[in-house]
Design a protein around this ligand. Structure first.
Ligand code: GLA
Length: 410
């Protein structure tokens, strides 16, 4: 489905639910993480790409109302909440992401939205699969609100229309805060950044400490980005995610005690050499977690250089090395994800492959020569079904444009 078709599907759902025509449309893509697994909340380096699978939010301002009414077509469910009092619902439910955006925008602007709204959401980013359907939902809701012009204050005026990169970065941080403080997941900036900054046939580099970023060409035509869904879901992963966060912080605390709290606030402030020199004094599990993060930062550096030099094969090898490090040091892979990567390695056109996102379940991401994409997909489908007894979903994607919004008025 093209983004316009997706918006049209959301508009039909809106009409059926609210008995009126949608006036505003916004969309934002899912993302894959190409390099830099679990580096973001450690202040590290990441490389990602927005992919051509979107969430669309359409609707209209409800001028006389002081509440939000949202219908989610994928769940055939709706949510209704007063803007003046936004409370979190049951953990893991989609309305929290919508409410969290409104909450964080209130907080960032120190003012409430001036009018209510009605909206319908339709998405084609696979859920719970490591493609960050949640960030695409957040970013599309935020763009919807900005396009609607119902977020007050000067700050927002600069957002409307073609959002500058500076404003997009501000918004990414607001959305991260929404996920951390409202939804309750200690995630980093990777997902929101990627959904907002996407560019066709470009990878996205981000230094999560300095917020320096770059859109790096993947070549033209770019390689296929093939997402393979293991069909294992990660219901338990959120607990594991926060545990890894804590394990990384154990190492940060060790170095704070050694070097002083001023010198170290994130794992990024520790070098690989320092980690090695303290190896024996560190907890055996936590030091492996830190080694993964610090070697990932290095792989991102090398990955940017490889892409800039047009060396896609080198870039692919770094992606595969990232998977090995996640599997062995960070221990956030799974037998299903390892099987998918191993099968991909022997499939036509394979350049590199790794788990994407939090890990433990969900998807792998593979860089594949564009003209071999179909053959690759077929080989992985067959190989995984033979080995695991389950047919994987295989999504052939391209690096795509980030969030945008428009009026449907004419
Ligand atoms: C999830 C989080 C991201 C990032 C990745 C792992 O997708 O939402 O912030 O930490 O895991 O790199």
């Amino acid at each position: 489905m093209t983004p316009v078709e997706l918006e049209a599907a959301a508009a039909r759902a809106f009409e059926a639910e609210f008995g009126a025509r949608a006036e505003i449309a916004a969309r934002a893509p899912g993302r894959v993480e190409l390099l830099g697994n679990h580096t973001d909340y450690n202040g590290g380096l990441v490389m990602a790409a927005a992919v051509d699978r979107y969430t669309a939010v359409v609707g209209r301002v409800a001028p006389s109302s002081r509440e939000a009414r949202v219908y989610a077509a994928n769940f055939e469910g709706s949510a209704r909440f007063p803007l003046a009092e936004i409370t979190r619902g049951p953990v893991g439910t989609w309305p929290n992401y919508v409410k969290g955006v409104v909450w964080a925008m209130h907080e960032a602007l120190d003012a409430e939205l001036t009018q209510g709204f009605e909206a319908a959401v339709a998405g084609e980013v696979p859920l719970g699969a490591g493609l960050s359907s949640s960030a695409s939902l957040q970013a599309s809701v935020a763009f919807f609100l900005l396009q609607a012009g119902i977020a007050p204050g000067k700050t927002v005026e600069q957002y409307v229309g073609d959002l500058s990169d500076t404003a997009r970065m501000d918004l990414a941080m607001v959305l991260r805060r929404s996920e951390n403080a409202f939804v309750g997941v200690s995630s980093g900036l990777l997902d929101q950044f990627s959904s907002l900054f996407g560019r066709e046939d470009h990878a996205l580099f981000l230094d999560c400490q300095s917020l320096e970023f770059a859109r790096v060409p993947l070549g033209s035509p770019g390689p296929a980005i093939i997402v393979c869904d293991s069909k294992t879901s990660r219901k338990l992963a959120d607990g594991m995610y926060n545990r890894r966060f804590a394990e990384c912080n154990t190492v940060v605390d060790h170095f704070k005690a050694r070097k002083g709290a001023d010198a170290v606030s994130l794992l990024r402030d520790v070098t690989l050499e320092e980690l090695e020199s303290e190896w024996d004094a560190l907890d055996p599990v936590c030091r492996k977690r830190a080694r993964h993060v610090l070697t990932e930062n290095e792989r991102v550096r090398q990955g940017v250089a490889a892409l800039r030099a047009g060396e896609l094969k080198t870039f692919g090898k770094l992606i595969s090395a990232s998977h090995a490090s996640s599997r062995d040091d960070f221990e956030n892979s799974s037998p299903a994800l390892d099987a998918l990567v191993e099968i991909a390695e022997t499939a036509p056109g394979f350049l590199g492959g790794k788990l994407s996102g939090a890990g433990w379940a969900g998807c792998t991401v593979n860089l594949v020569e564009a003209d071999k994409a179909d053959e690759f997909a077929e080989a992985v489908r067959r190989g995984y079904a033979d080995r695991q007894g389950v047919a994987p979903d295989v999504h052939i994607c391209r690096a795509a444009e980030g969030a945008s919004s428009r009026s449907l008025a004419d």
